[in-house]
Write a protein that binds this ligand. Structure first.
Ligand SMILES: [Zn+2]
Ligand SMILES: [Zn+2]
Length: 253
């Protein structure tokens, strides 16, 4: 079964949140055989969204399950604000994502020179501690693009086990789901988030997964989620997570 739980209907504020726009997204989802689609725009555009449209959309397209989520930026010092956003609407689920280290939006092309200011292994440790802390809040059943720090090709000099092993074992204890986010294939790093080797480590650590495209426009919906699923199966996965009304479900794939 194919799903896509990370779809941005308004991209980076590039278009209006209208039924017309959403219909285009659903048409691509159906064409790519998705059984479920989860819309999860960035929380900074929340006030631009008309979330009631999704009920209308669901009535128009009974052949696909439409879920409503939100991708929330994790900042360790903004927990109260994050909680307010999280419970401002009965979301089916929310994605917790680390895009910032302090004030630095490290995945933005215009700020990538700032990688040079860091020892890369220390940066990985810092980044992964933030991802773990976001999972430990219990506010996010789904964690976004777990190894996003590699976006421009910066790799830890230490082994994958040294860098990610302890992190993954702690992450497993929180029970969160991670996404196989196909957008990484279209970024400078040109690699699935997380990498296939890391997916094997996640399987061994007993961390559940789901599939996502991180689409920022309609024609990216469901892009390559079938390829990601094949990689997951090779690693040993037989189930993926789905989300509805604040609960997590697992379906065989
Ligand atoms: Zn993100
Ligand atoms: Zn996203």
């Amino acid at each position: 079964m194919l799903v896509d739980y990370h779809v941005h209907a308004v991209g980076h504020g590039a278009r209006e949140h209208t039924l017309e726009n959403l219909k285009e997204y659903i048409e691509y989802a159906i064409e790519r055989n998705l059984k479920e689609i989860g819309f999860a725009d960035h929380d900074r555009y929340l006030s631009d969204l008309n979330l009631d449209l999704y009920q209308e959309l669901q009535k128009m397209y009974p052949q696909i399950n439409i879920r409503v989520g939100l991708e929330i930026d994790y900042f360790p010092d903004k927990l109260e604000e994050i909680k307010k956003i999280r419970y401002s609407y009965p979301f089916d689920y929310c994605i917790g994502s680390v895009h910032y280290i302090g004030e630095w939006m490290f995945d933005a092309d215009k700020f990538k020179e700032r990688f040079n200011e860091w020892d890369i292994d220390e940066l990985y440790a810092k980044y992964l501690s933030l991802v773990l802390a976001s999972a430990q809040t219990g506010l996010f059943p789904l964690i976004g693009h777990t190894d996003l720090l590699k976006i421009f090709g910066h790799r830890p000099t230490k082994s994958l086990e040294t860098t990610f092993g302890p992190f993954l074992r702690e992450l497993a204890k929180t029970g969160v789901v991670i996404e196989l986010n196909t957008n990484g294939w279209y970024k400078p790093v040109g690699e699935l988030y997380p990498s296939p080797q890391l997916i094997e480590m996640c399987f061994n650590a007993d961390i559940p997964i789901t599939l996502s495209s991180d689409a920022h426009q309609a024609d990216q919906v469901g892009r390559d989620v079938d390829k990601a699923l094949n990689i997951a199966k090779k690693a040993g996965y037989r189930k993926i997570a789905t989300f509805a009304k604040g609960k997590v479900y697992f379906v065989e794939v």
